[in-house]
Ligand binder design. Structure first.
Ligand code: ADP
Length: 504
């Protein structure tokens, strides 16, 4: 094997449940869509394995077929390889009985009941696929609970193989709140040894946690911002896993996500009516008019002068929507318009629909997932609101800054790491932040922002400072490579020995 400390090229096997451009429910897909390309640009080879969900059109060429046996069932799996460049490919795992259905993880507000099997098969298929390749990967990189079994399988089912027992895994937590917890019997259905139902295995309150498996069995764990890496060691953010994370903290680091600066570029964005840039913001007015028109809000001179506050968000507790509800009266009384795009929990969708019905000229709401409209909002809004209770990284605040849309955020996780508060004394900073999770704190941050909006020169400086920030993947990809090399070195020093498990 090559010297892990040198600049030798690595071969990374990545496993994820969603990735752009094939399937997306949130920021994970943005990351897994962009990180492989950024690693490839640094000279590394990346294969990303993910399910072929319904709606992924005719792409790639059929490769091998695998029979994945699990819990007495045999899953006939097809592998469709799609080249994304000389050093990057995606392997879509085709298994219609598991993946050809509505919704990636569930439908009609219900999780698919067989998610443990669906993502167990994905994890097995990814490793079986790689075992069949001419040369093994340097490292396996798994993302979120859906692929939490990948590190577990490496140290159990695949550990008898002298080559594979030396291959380390990195597990990235994009959101600790989603853990993949299933009844204890699930272990059997996954063909995993029942002894794994223990405190240093996958057991979580007498159930099986995929996320815990990933954290416990990976050689290192990363999460998507430095602040979130610190926060999850506390009961407030640790989602019940803070004890384990404190125990494993020597293996835990934060690496901030980048953004895809080709997809999110106001100079080339096909979804904007007129492109714009840091030196020529004129096109932003057209985007503002476009967004008001799309939402059926007034676009006369008074409306164009008034700030437009945008939100593009999954409508779930995490995103701070209870603060919005609490502050609804004060928000509606502000001299501002709101444009909202999102989907999620019914009560929040209804909350927004009700607010729009009461304030039809000020609040525009679109329930659904609409990539194109998300771009128009990023381009056309003046401010972007993210009052998150927690936010592992958050991407929208970075898209916003790139589009001259000033973020107002709660200073948590990646929001705290990426948005520098505006300082009226020096005119520095990129947005507005608040700390306490309270409606009054959010309102006062928005009011401060509106006061600065009323001073065009200061506002312009704020927009331009944000637009000049570098949120590209280059730095983050280099940080992952550094982490990969550290982990490879660490596993090699351990002689590929299993540290604490011996289940084949
Ligand atoms: P999370 O992963 O928690 O949803 P992030 O801010 O990390 O939050 O990423 C959200 C991503 O999903 C962004 O790219 C955002 O634009 C996109 N997104 C979320 N909801 C929608 C929606 N309803 N329509 C279009 N894009 C959406």
């Amino acid at each position: 094997m090559s010297d892990t400390r040198s600049s030798s090229a690595l071969s990374v096997l990545m496993v994820a449940s969603e990735a752009q451009p094939y399937a997306k429910t949130g920021g994970l897909a943005d990351v897994t869509g962009a990180l492989p390309g950024a690693l490839a640009r640094l000279g590394h080879t990346v294969t990303l394995v993910m399910p072929r969900y319904r709606g992924v059109g005719a792409v790639g060429r059929p490769g091998r077929r695998l029979a994945v046996t699990m819990g007495g069932r045999v899953f006939d799996v097809g592998l469709v390889e799609v080249a994304h460049g000389p050093r990057e490919r995606v392997v879509l795992v085709e298994c219609d009985e598991l993946y050809d259905r509505e919704g990636l993880y569930g439908a009609g507000g219900q999780d698919h009941p067989d998610n443990a099997i669906r993502f167990g098969v994905l994890s097995r298929a990814a490793l079986d696929y790689a075992v069949g390749l001419d040369s093994p990967p340097s490292i396996v990189h798994a993302h979120d609970w859906q692929t939490g079994l990948v590190p577990v399988l490496l140290r159990t089912r695949y550990s008898a193989d002298p080559v594979w027992r030396r291959i380390p895994s990195l597990f990235t937590i994009h959101n600790l709140a989603y853990q993949g917890v299933f009844p204890a019997e699930t272990l059997k259905a996954l063909d995993l040894n029942s002894a794994l139902l223990s405190i240093d295995g996958l057991e979580f309150w007498n159930q099986v946690s995929f996320l815990k498996g990933g954290i416990n069995f990976a050689d290192a764990v990363t999460t998507v911002s430095m602040a979130y890496a610190r926060e999850i060691l506390t009961p407030e953010y640790g989602e019940g896993l803070e004890g384990l994370l404190v125990h494993r903290r020597h293996l835990l680091t934060g690496i901030l996500n980048g953004i895809d600066t080709d997809v999110w570029d106001p100079q080339t964005d096909q979804y904007l009516p007129v492109p714009f840039s840091v030196s020529d913001l004129e096109g932003k007015r057209s985007a503002k008019r476009e967004v008001l028109t799309r939402y059926g809000l007034p676009d006369d001179a008074a409306a164009m002068a008034r700030p437009v506050i945008g939100m593009v968000s999954r409508m779930v507790d995490q995103k701070g929507l209870d603060l919005i509800w609490e502050a609804r009266g004060a928000l509606a009384a502000m001299d501002a318009a709101f444009v909202i795009l999102g989907t999620g929990e019914r009560r929040y969708e209804e909350m927004w629909r009700d607010l729009a019905a009461v304030h039809p000229t000020r609040i525009g709401v679109r329930i659904g997932f609409d990539e194109r409209l998300a771009h128009v909002i990023e381009g056309g809004a003046d401010l972007f609101l993210m009052p998150s209770r927690f936010e592992p990284c958050g991407l929208n605040q970075m898209y916003s800054m790139r589009y001259g849309t000033v973020p107002v955020v709660r200073a948590t996780g990646g929001l705290a790491d990426t948005v520098r508060p505006f300082d009226p004394e020096t005119g520095t900073g990129t947005g507005f932040t608040f700390h306490e999770y309270r409606a009054s704190a959010m309102l006062s941050a928005i009011e401060t922002a509106l006061a600065v909006y009323a001073r065009p020169a200061s506002w312009r400086t704020l927009q331009q400072t944000g637009m000049r920030q570098d949120f590209s993947w280059d730095a983050s990809a280099a940080a992952y490579v550094h982490e990969y090399r550290t982990v490879i070195g660490r596993r090699r020093e351990a002689g590929g020995e299993r540290e604490d498990w011996s289940y084949a």
